[in-house]
Design a protein around this ligand. Structure first.
Ligand code: SF4
Length: 379
């Protein structure tokens, strides 16, 4: 049987806000001028719209992206294969801000956690996880987060602003540079809900996935982790690239999930499950379900039964994560025996599950904890 995925013509990208066929003239330039990320607020389609508006051929957009994200240009003047008048016009109208690593902590297991600061003073967390030949970067998609997950330090601190696509790529680029290694995998699993900033996240994925470039990370090695925003899951299924989807579930009991994840209270579990069924049918890809194990909250036998029922007949991999203690939350991780009980129950019905090996516990690797630590130190 031919799947919808196989029938879809390759390279048929869904439209960005800045698709040159749809965007108003000057929209890309206005967007860059009005965003703290400047030129790094533009996705690949917006860079094309920008150069088209200035009467330049499309390949100039590729040259710009190469200077920004592979050669780490700090000024337009460095971009010597662009015409001098174009460089001057960019320099006059658009900011080219440089993020920097504000804080850097290294775990005894090799994981490194960074506080990346942007030019407007906003900072986010990024983590580098080396593992043999692999280097995985966990990057943030928003500064702060509006989802308010009960077990997350970022969620308790609230939302500041969306990041531009280039600000996400810069986190990956800076981490690769700090390790002196090529980044092989990148996961949008840091601060923020990626589907609340969909266009920018998709733009970052496309910069990171650009073939034959130093970044050039394979689509399957680029993961987006969502709280379960159904519209975003459906939209990602329509994208031509084979990006990987992870969904934070944390409970298959509605009342427990509503308590843990108030930001998605309005999305009933059957609706989320149906979106996953449709995603698998559309893409032939297996999403991951993330499940933070919290003692006495979501690890009872009835929670195990609900999770097993949710997964029955669904092509998913379940990632069980003993929760990192968050100061003030009162949450404590489940015992390894409870974690193993989940794995056994899921295996009994043919659902694969694994217990995630904890990394970086000695450097506050859980989302938001580094930022929280430095904010309290500053105050
Ligand atoms: S876990 Fe993720 S989505 Fe939830 S509050 Fe924290 S950053 Fe936001």
């Amino acid at each position: 049987m031919t799947s919808a995925r196989e029938r879809k013509p390759s390279g048929n990208r869904t439209a960005s806000h800045f698709d040159t066929d749809r965007a108003a003239p000057g929209a890309a330039l206005s967007h860059a001028m009005g965003h703290p990320a400047g030129i790094k607020a533009l996705d690949p389609a917006a860079l094309e719209a920008l150069v088209a508006d200035l009467g330049q051929p499309r390949y100039r957009a590729g040259q710009l992206a190469t200077w920004l994200y592979q050669r780490s240009a700090e000024s337009f003047a460095e971009m010597t294969d662009l015409p001098a008048p174009l460089r001057a016009e960019f320099a006059e109208k658009i900011a080219l801000p440089q993020p920097e690593i504000g804080e850097r902590l290294e775990s005894s297991d090799g994981a490194r956690k960074y506080l990346v600061r942007f030019a407007d003073g906003v900072s986010v967390e990024t983590v580098g996880l080396p593992d043999g030949d692999r280097l995985t970067v966990c990057y943030s998609t928003q500064a702060g987060c509006a989802m308010g997950c009960a077990f997350c330090a970022t969620g308790q601190a609230g939302f500041t602003r969306n990041l531009g696509p280039g600000e996400m790529v810069d986190q990956v680029r800076l981490t690769g540079g700090d390790f002196g290694a090529r980044v092989t995998n990148a996961v949008a699993m840091g601060q923020g809900e990626p589907f609340a900033n969909y266009e920018a996240v998709l733009g970052a994925l496309r910069f990171l996935n650009a073939p034959k470039t130093e970044l050039g990370i394979g689509a399957r090695h680029l993961t987006v982790s969502t709280c379960g925003i159904v519209a975003g899951i459906r939209r990602l299924a329509e994208e031509p690239e084979q990006f990987t989807l992870a969904v934070s579930l944390h409970s298959a009991v509605q009342a427990t999930r509503d308590r843990l994840m108030p930001g998605v209270r309005g999305i009933p579990l059957p609706q989320l499950r149906q979106a996953l069924v449709d995603y698998v049918a559309e893409t032939n890809r297996r999403p991951t379900l993330e499940y933070a194990l919290i003692d006495g909250i979501n690890d009872s036998d009835s929670e195990i039964g609900a999770l097993a029922a949710f997964c029955r007949g669904l092509l998913v991999h379940v990632n069980l994560i003993p929760v990192n203690p968050v100061p003030g939350s009162g949450f404590v991780r489940s015992s390894s025996e409870r974690a193993r009980a989940f794995v056994r129950a899921l295996a009994a019905q043919g659902t694969e599950a694994s217990i995630r090996v904890e990394r970086g516990a000695d450097i506050d690797a859980a989302c938001g904890q580094l930022k929280q630590r430095f904010s309290s130190a500053d105050s």
